[in-house]
Design a protein around this ligand. Structure first.
Ligand SMILES: Nc1ncnc2c1ncn2[C@@H]1O[C@H](COP(=O)(O)OP(=O)(O)O)[C@@H](O)[C@H]1O
Ligand SMILES: [Mg+2]
Length: 312
């Protein structure tokens, strides 16, 4: 079909009277890293379960690599690695044995499997822990083992539900780096759900923002910021002492100004050029006005996200 590995059309999931996923239209590009972001309860895990054929939609259509998850869940299972929110391992077995078990379940021949396990352990940096019993693993190590586990069957698509949940920032970033590396070197498509925007946005080609079962924004970080902030490249924040209206009028008369809004004694100036110098000159040229602060706002996904949620 097209270049989408996952497509949903008007997808709905209801639990009783609760609509967990509300008319979702999602297209995920082959070879991309897609971040499904939103607060707890937004419907992220429910979407993932439907994509995997682990729960049935109430209404709508899903295609995963041209397969229908309801009718052909095994076909999807063969090409997809899934790491659930809570990774389950056999705690009394060591790392190698756990991966071996996965490989056997997937029908990988023994000789090939041993090599595959070594390769996977190496990718996630657990090659020296292969004999360690999993119950002595830290949370970060378990998460790494989870990645190794999904790599055993050479997946085209990997779905991680909250992969950085409960990890400290450094470990979380290592996990994300490993994901990015695998995306680059093995062209694996990743669908990552998370409520931790700051952490996850960095590695995503595209993000979808979920709220109450709905996709309320989608795009790369730049596209989202353009939609949310009226398309201005920069927002310059200025604080002054003096007559704010006088300053506002003066700024509006400058070249390249797209918007000016007044919030108490500060101004938020939208522009496509970095004209901080001109702004500063214009303000200091006015009598009885002191410029006390000026800074360029840099939009992280967090800002975009908070902005959306203000409106919801
Ligand atoms: N098995 C279930 N039975 C009833 N309600 C559920 C079930 N699973 C999820 N929900 C509800 O559906 C909504 C979405 O949940 P979920 O998909 O787990 O969100 P997220 O993964 O974004 O935190 C929540 O309101 C949740 O309480
Ligand atoms: Mg969830």
């Amino acid at each position: 079909m097209e270049n989408y590995i996952i497509t949903t059309k008007n997808l709905i999931k209801k639990y009783g009277s609760k609509t967990a996923v509300d008319n979702l239209n999602l297209n995920i590009d082959k070879g991309s890293i897609y971040g499904l972001l939103g607060p707890n309860g937004a419907g992220k895990s429910t979407i993932i379960l439907m994509i995997l054929g682990l729960t049935e939609p109430t209404e709508g259509f899903i295609s995963v690599a041209d397969f229908n998850p309801i009718k052909e869940p095994l076909k999807i299972k063969r090409i997809t690695g899934y790491l659930p929110e809570k990774v389950g391992f056999y705690e009394d077995m060591n790392a190698f044995q756990n991966l071996e078990y996965t490989g056997q379940l997937n029908g990988i021949p023994a000789k090939e499997l041993a090599l595959k396990i070594e390769e996977s352990l190496k990718i996630v940096g657990l090659e020296n822990d292969r004999k360690k019993i999993v119950k002595y693993f830290s949370k970060g190590m378990k998460q790494r083992l989870g990645i190794a586990d999904v790599l055993i069957k050479d997946p085209q698509l990997v779905i991680f539900d909250e992969p950085t949940e409960g990890l400290d920032v450094e470990v979380a970033n290592q996990i994300l780096e490993t994901i990015r590396e695998l995306n680059k070197t093995k062209q694996i498509t990743f669908l990552i759900s998370s409520h931790q925007l700051n952490l996850v946005q960095r590695i995503c080609d595209k993000v979808g923002i979920m709220s109450n079962g709905k996709l309320i924004g989608e795009g790369n970080v730049k596209e989202l910021s353009d939609n949310t902030f009226g398309g201005n490249k920069y927002q310059i924040e200025v604080e002054i002492i003096g007559d704010i209206r006088k300053v506002s009028e003066k700024i509006k008369s400058l070249k390249d100004i797209k918007s000016v809004s007044v919030i108490e004694n500060s101004l938020l100036i939208g522009t496509d050029e970095d004209i901080r110098q001109e702004i500063s000159k214009a303000i200091t040229s006015l009598d009885n006005v002191i410029l006390t602060k000026m800074n360029m706002k840099d939009f992280s996904l967090e800002d975009i996200y908070l902005n959306y949620f203000k409106e919801v």
